[in-house]
Design a protein around this ligand. Sequence first.
Ligand code: UDP
Ligand code: LCN
Length: 820
Amino acid sequence: SAASAPALKRTNSIADNIPDALRQSRYHMKRCFAKYLEKGRRIMKLHHLMEEMELVIDDKAERNQILEGNLGYILGSTQEAIVSPPYVAFAIRRNPGIWEYAQVSSENLSVVEISSTDYLKLKESVYDENWVNDEHAFEADFGAFDFPTPHLTLPSSIGKGMSFASKFLSSKPSGKVEKTQALVDYLSTLSHGGQKLMISDTLNSAAKLQLALIVADVFLAGLPKDTPYQNFELRFKEWGFERGWGDTAERVKETMNILSEVLQAPDPKNLDKLFSRIPIIFNVVIFSVHGYFGQADVLGLPDTGGQVVYILDQVRALEAELLLRIKQQGLTVKPQILVVTRLIPDARGTKCDQELEPIIETKHSHILRVPFVTEKGVVRQWVSRFDIYPYLERFTQDATTKILEHLEGKPDLVIGNYTDGNLVASLMANKLGITLGTIAHALEKTKYEDSDVKWKELDPKYHFSCQFMADTIAMNAADFIITSTYQEIAGNKDRPGQYESHAAFTLPGLCRVVSGINVFDPKFNIAAPGADQSVYFPYTEKDKRLAQFHPAIEELLYDKVDNNEHIGSLSDRRKPIIFSMARLDVVKNLTGLVEWYGKNKRLRNLANLVIVGGFFDPSKSKDREEMAEIKKMHALIDKYQLKGQFRWIAAQTNRHRNGELYRCIADSKGAFVQPALYEAFGLTVIEAMNCGLPTFATNQGGPSEIIVDGISGFHIDPFHGDESSNKIADFFETCKVDSSHWTKISSAGLRRINECYTWEIYANKLLNMGSMYTFWRTVNKEQKEAKQRYIHMFYNLLFKNLVKTVPLPSDEPQKPVTKQ
Ligand code: UDP
Ligand code: LCN
């Protein structure tokens, strides 16, 4: 196999190895390169390279021999190649986050290593010759500001930023004294509502603080453990201590000991513990701008899906964790979390036209809605996330005013979501000088092939120029980045991650991003979301099952008439159900699943298919993609004669009923299928698994990490429909002869969830990040400021001009929209 290729020096750069590889089969290689060059300039993906090689070397044995050598190894790590006669340049990625570029001459097979900049230029030349020849073409280099900051080195440590930061902060060589003083300075900034916390100004040096801690420790040793802080508060004040150390003598003593140890000889464990106790976060603002952000009747509406679910669950988990920490630190502060979104006057029967709404199952958290305003006044209708850029700057200003009013002061932490929310969050955080965390539920760039070089073609529809620049701005402005999976940052062995694809990319004619983001930056952290376990619980928990929904679910699945909630019918009720639920986006690929099913006779005999998504009348959709998908779905039903085996149910908005629906599918001994062409995380996957439903999910993106293939569920390849539908059919066939197979997968899925995907784990990590990175940004203050200046310029000189290309909605009265 390639792994045992003899002559390969894997530690060397790939350019060193290519000559050997080519020499091994010089004759074939020359023909191969000639073939690649035949069509002139172009971008070739790995599968193109392979396909054309097969044409040239048609003898299979010979081909295999070549592929088993060094060349196979090199091709195995090639992502793409640019043909630019007489050269072919390869982008090679042997490990996540690590890229090399090599240019091979087709004439004599000589090889040179080239820089990412030169590679990007070759790529651009396929699209825009003039731009490449412009010596002064604009290059953006965000990495230029990164050199003073330490970076991770191993691909396997990507995403573990917190633990790297605490290791770095407790490492001695780079100036212990300086860092200790930085910590004291950080502690002395702590306050809430004008009241100082932990230390007063008198303890302004490490020496003074250390001494005071010794005195306090002796004193605390003489107190019963459960003595409330109030009992010794006055004495502590005399020594320079303020509230925030703990609620009892015991907790105060622990916190003080942790700090003493950190001041004497910092170690990562104690530093982490310290940061988890420092009362620095009370008020949090979370931006989620696009879509319909509400607590009822919104899911499944255009652009409105998992992000809303994620944020509401996140708020509940965060508030609970904040309340616990505040209490344990002996404080009585009310934490406030504000989710800030846009107010939509044409709310389609939802509450998206209300300014303020308390968040259900929280004590102090709210949704705050602020309208989009243009010169013509308030924008009344929903705006696609792709067209949202013209409103964001004004929105940031208006939202900031409202937020400061509502919170009666600045928040301690700002979190953005998705491109629009992240941009707004970065503008506000920069203005107010607050720690910024960003989340990209999906970076759009990786969803569409070559979307960067093809930006001119795609811009009228998607405005990717705005989106990619906004994403780059926000990820550089962020103090920390919260991701759901490793693959989101750095992909896997074979495929680059979403952030990784922003490391070097180019928008020919506009901007060559020679260094966009570095995935080895310690700002990256993985904190996977969970699913609300009071809603999505196992089908086996009989007493908790929501029997009140059973008649409605029965109707939803089996009622014979077509209406505006369901069409199609299931004639054989004994068959298990294959189930899927998603927004009706192209990328979600529900139509793909229907087509696979339609084509696979064996599967059709084994199981029924039920999908939830969108609605049935394309003329009622305002979303371009949704409209096309609706039409396609109808066409597939006809083409494959699916009546009797397939049920299409319109988007469902009641999550309690949806939970019960997943469980009813489990009762049928069915399975959940998530067939997306690409899925950033995939909440439905963990919802289904929480309900004990065996799950097949796309191998493109997050789900491939959530599920361990063949154990806690299955991976399917959305680009190989037959293979995928056969894998599903095999499963049902096995279950037919051995029903324990179904139960085995179901239980293993549940186990996987409880070990890795819960909201408690998430909230804990997130608050630790908030506190740690607030410190980290003070330690790296100069570098941060320089970078912020650069971002500011980038925003003003480039981004704002791009925004002007996005049209505002026309003045025509909007089509009335009936709610489905
Ligand atoms: N959902 C829903 N009704 C629908 C479609 C989806 O309630 O008709 C919910 C689904 O249960 C999940 C979320 O919307 O909680 C979708 O999240 P996911 O991460 O799967 O995809 P996204 O829509 O965010 O891309
Ligand atoms: C958006 C997506 O596209 C999904 O993949 C995620 O699961 C969801 O947001 C929540 O993070």
